[in-house]
Design a protein. Sequence first.
Length: 248
Amino acid sequence: MSNSPDGHTKENPYHSELLVNRLMTEGSDKETRHFELSLKSSGLEYLPGDSLGVHPVNCPDAVADLLGAIGFSGKEEIELGEDTLLLGDALTSRFACTVLSRMQIKKFNEIAQASQLEDLLKSENKQSLADYLWGRELIDLFLEFPQQGLSASKFAGLLRPLAPRLYSIASSLSAHPDEVHLTVAIVRYESHGRKRQGVCSSYLADRVGETVPCYLHGNKNFKLPEDPETPIIMVGPGTGIAPFRAFV
Ligand SMILES: Cc1cc2nc3c(=O)[nH]c(=O)nc-3n(C[C@H](O)[C@H](O)[C@H](O)COP(=O)(O)OP(=O)(O)OC[C@H]3O[C@@H](n4cnc5c(N)ncnc54)[C@H](O)[C@@H]3O)c2cc1C
């Protein structure tokens, strides 16, 4: 892997044009997609075995639903480091608005003081907490334990940064110069009466022709043997085949 002369990195991603977004699983319950992204003029070079980091934004419906559940319009201002942002914008591109963790429940319950949550947080109730967390998101907490009069900045204090996701590169520059291909299983499921979707896989699934902020993530321990005569067995269930497409 080598980063571009323009210094495209995780912190300074390359805005790549999404050239192809093709459903590979027509007629199946599973949604797996093949993506082709342009690296033209990026100067980015990768090797089979490397991954592509993608910076997603949250789905507008997920942001609107969360704001609505708490009673915010999204126009509230919050401070984030040196920046002043509208809450709706921060929820779209800066904060993870779907995850729910033990720490978030702990912080939330400092405000909500709900005895059910207090019980779940006890060290002897680890399994009950894991069961509670499974399939729930931040919005479920606010729907189950409504909070009146919560300030936007206090709410922002509950949120974690929106993290990029890694995808195994499923192409080789020698076969596809200036392109990087991905094989992505799109996360969509229903739980606790709500339709849910994975932040980054659905972000990719729902677009084409637009630009996607991305960067290369090397993996020097996942490479073909130097000697091309060395026999290899490749085992990759599901989208685990992605890097092997690059090797082949
Ligand atoms: C090095 C590396 C390479 C990778 N390569 C690939 C690849 O080539 N292709 C690929 O598709 N992925 C790959 N991944 C996984 C990828 O990074 C993402 O984790 C994946 O796409 C899900 O991200 P998301 O943002 O769509 O979902 P998120 O928003 O992160 O949501 C995922 C979460 O949803 C919850 N969830 C999912 N299904 C259910 C369910 N049925 N019921 C309840 N809860 C559920 C789980 O808590 C899960 O952790 C790779 C990961 C790594 C670390």
